[in-house]
Structure formats: structure tokens, C-alpha cells
Design a protein around this ligand. Structure first.
Ligand SMILES: *Cc1c(COP(=O)(O)O)cnc(C)c1O
Length: 383
């Protein structure tokens, strides 16, 4: 067996066509897009083409509603801090959830610590879902922003974003969503969703690392978080990562054209994997919601009384790459904040692993993983 990669929620391989699209922009067409000369204009045109593609990919009305960033983390930081600083005089209360990515959670902590914001962290149910009634109940006079992730990277729970946005709109509060896990699994449509801000990251959908985008609905003010040049309509200073932005555009085009096909494949594989896990092992528990409310690529399974670190280490020895919770959580001994938030018992939480599928994974690979996991658990149990 060759290496089996089941960690696509952490990152994905860059598509061959994406690399090909990026290449010219490193050497032949390398000019600074801010330069007035002809080569510079060519670079600027390539960036604006990519902006049109990303706007279309997200269902945005205008290309200028897209700000290119250095990834999902920066997009989340700019959304949270940018809106907070622009609206601080109207109010200093933000509502988010307990299961957000650290890019959102730590941005909130930063605003709390350095700018005296108050943050309400909505709890989630045992499936990792926010209750719209709780959101309603937590809204205050001084609430200026609600940030709830579209789908969770660890347990795959998909939030009722449209319903949550309606509540925000009724109360005239801005709504941001971290949608980094969505591309390649669902179509994004910011207009239909009604969100004011939305983050994506290219490397989660076969684009390069270090590039992402923030959708900001026209008319919404942001305080830039980088001081410098007037790039990105003065909302994000710094020379745009030309080749990477072109690559993200190409990745979006490929992702959009292949979506239904890929989704169907992922769903079939996920259901097979889950049923194999549940039938082959005793004392296991599927973390996260059932079928429709779970990301097609996500499987998060708890092995009672096992230690996820040793399971992952042994899987790794057998050339299988998986994760404990999120990439950021692994390596630390703490139980993931997401598993804690869904109230998973400690003896299950400590033995939880996440498998995240890609379109090139096969049934044969899943069979090998099941067989290997059986050997590993049997051996670890006998120790
Ligand atoms: C990966 C991820 C991020 C961070 O994106 P980067 O481009 O790696 O900075 C943010 N939110 C979620 C939900 C993610 O999965």
C-alpha cells in the first residue's frame, strides 16, 4: 500500500492545472500589479480576472466585494477585527460560538483583551449545532457582529446559516461566517445566504497555501489590519500574491465545475467508511451530526478508552495520515475545544480521530484503514 492521505480538512494537494496556471506569474509575468508600466498592468489584469472568478464562485454581486488575503486565518482576522474597530463606537459586543476555528476565537480574545470588547460564546448541542433561539436570546443593544462558522472543521457540523443570518438582519447586526470548509463540498452563494462577510482559503480546495479571500458586502466599513500601501481598495496593504491569487482562481473554476460529481463520491465513501467503523469496532461513537448536517468529507470517530495520539502514531507507521480534531489541536495533550463543547465524555474524547476525505480516496484505501485499525486496536488493548 502506498501512502493514504485522509487529512483533507487540514489541507489538499494543489491541482496540476492550478500549478500550470500559476507558473507564468513567477517569471514571465512577474511585475508588481501596482506598477503603472505595461507589465504591471498585465499583472493587475490577472488579479482582477481572478477577483471576478472568486466573486462568481461565492455568488457575490460585485468583484470589488472580494479582498484577497494570505489565507483563511487572515480573512477571519480582518473580518472580526476590521468590523469591530470600525463599529466600536456603536457597541462592543460580539456573538460567536464555542466551536469556531482558532482564527476566530483568538481574534475575539484579542478584541476582548486589547479593545474591551465583550464576547458571547454560544454553546452547541451534542451534534455541534448552534440553537437559533439561543442566538436571539443573546443579542444585546450593543451587539455589532455575529460570527458563526458555516461548517466545523473537526466534526463536520453544518450550521443553519440562513436562519441565523435572518436573526442578525432582523436586529440589524452584521453577520460573518468562516466558510473555509465549504468549497468542494457545497456551492457558496453569499447573496442567497445573506451574509455580510465570508472567509475562504485556497489550500482547502486544491489551491496553493497562503492565499484566501474575504467577501465583504458593498458598503460595509472595515479598519484595515495591515498598515502600508493602498492595495485592495485600501483594505489590505501589501503586494498581492499574484501567482497564488491566479492559482486560487483556477482552483475555484475547477472546484465549481466538478462539484456535484465530487460531492457524490465523497458522500458514498463517507457512508461506507462510517458503516464499516460502526460494525467493525465496539465502543466507538461517531462525533458530530448525522448524514445531511455533516460535511460530506468528514468522519470523526471516538474509540472509547484509547488515546488518539497512539492511534494516530500507529496509523502513521502504516502510512495512513489522519488527525486528532484539528491540525492545530494535535501535538497538544488537551482535548479539542470542539469535542469539549459537544459534551463528549473524556474516555471517548481522548480517543477521537478525524478522517477527512478527498476525491481521490478509494474504497480499497478505506478497507485497508479498517483492517489496520483492527490490528492496532487489538494490539493496544492487549498491552
Ligand atoms: C483551515 C481553516 C482556517 C485557516 O485557514 P488558513 O488558510 O490555513 O489560514 C480557518 N477556518 C477553518 C474552518 C479552517 O478549516
Amino acid at each position: 500500500m502506498k501512502n493514504i492521505y485522509l487529512d483533507h480538512a487540514a489541507t489538499t494537494p494543489v491541482a496540476q492545472k492550478v500549478i500550470k496556471a500559476m507558473k507564468p506569474f513567477y517569471q514571465a509575468d512577474f511585475a508588481n500589479p501596482a506598477s503603472a508600466h505595461l507589465p504591471g498592468q498585465k499583472s493587475a489584469a490577472a488579479i482582477e480576472d481572478a477577483r471576478e472568478i472568486i466573486a462568481d464562485f461565492l455568488g457575490a454581486e460585485k468583484a470589488e466585494e472580494i479582498i484577497f488575503t494570505a489565507g483563511g486565518t487572515e480573512a477571519d482576522n480582518l473580518a472580526l477585527k476590521g468590523v469591530a474597530m470600525a463599529k466600536a463606537e456603536e457597541g462592543k459586543h460580539i456573538i460567536t460560538s464555542q466551536i469556531e476555528h482558532h482564527a476566530v476565537l483568538k481574534s475575539c480574545e484579542y478584541l476582548e483583551k486589547h479593545f474591551d470588547f465583550e464576547i458571547t460564546y454560544l454553546s452547541v448541542d451534542e451534534n455541534g449545532l448552534v440553537d437559533p433561539e439561543e442566538l436571539k436570546a443573546q443579542i444585546r443593544e450593543d451587539t455589532i457582529l455575529i460570527s458563526i462558522m458555516y461548517a466545523n472543521n473537526e466534526i463536520g457540523s453544518i450550521q443553519p446559516i440562513k436562519e441565523l443570518v435572518e436573526i442578525a438582519q432582523t436586529n440589524e447586526i452584521l453577520f460573518h461566517t468562516d466558510a473555509v470548509q465549504i468549497p468542494g463540498q457545497f456551492k457558496l452563494d453569499v447573496k442567497n445566504l445573506g451574509v455580510d462577510l465570508l472567509s475562504i482559503s485556497a489550500h482547502k480546495f486544491n489551491g496553493p497555501k497562503g492565499v484566501g479571500a474575504l467577501f465583504v458586502k458593498k458598503g460595509i466599513e472595515l479598519v484595515p489590519q495591515m498598515s502600508g500601501g493602498s492595495q485592495e481598495r485600501k483594505r489590505r496593504a501589501g503586494t498581492v500574491n499574484l501567482a497564488a491569487v491566479v492559482g486560487m482562481g483556477k482552483a475555484a473554476t475547477i472546484t465549481a465545475s466538478n462539484l456535484e460529481n465530487k460531492k457524490e463520491k465523497l458522500l458514498a465513501l463517507r457512508e461506507y467508511f462510517i458503516s464499516e467503523l460502526l460494525t467493525n469496532f465496539k465502543d466507538v461513537k461517531l462525533n458530530g451530526p448525522e448524514a445531511e448536517l455533516r460535511l460530506p468529507a468528514n468522519i470523526n470517530i471516538a474509540f472509547k478508552n484509547f488515546n488518539s495520539e497512539s492511534l494516530l502514531f500507529n496509523l502513521s507507521l502504516n502510512k495512513i495520515a489522519a488527525a486528532a480534531g484539528s491540525a492545530c489541536a494535535s501535538g497538544s495533550l488537551n482535548v479539542s475545544h470542539v469535542l469539549e463543547a459537544i459534551g463528549l465524555e473524556k474516555d471517548y474524547a481522548q480517543g477521537s480521530i478525524r478522517f477527512s476525505l478527498g476525491q481521490n480516496n478509494t474504497k480499497a484505501e478505506i478497507d485497508y484503514v479498517i483492517k489496520t485499525l483492527k490490528e492496532i486496536t487489538t494490539r493496544l488493548e492487549s498491552l
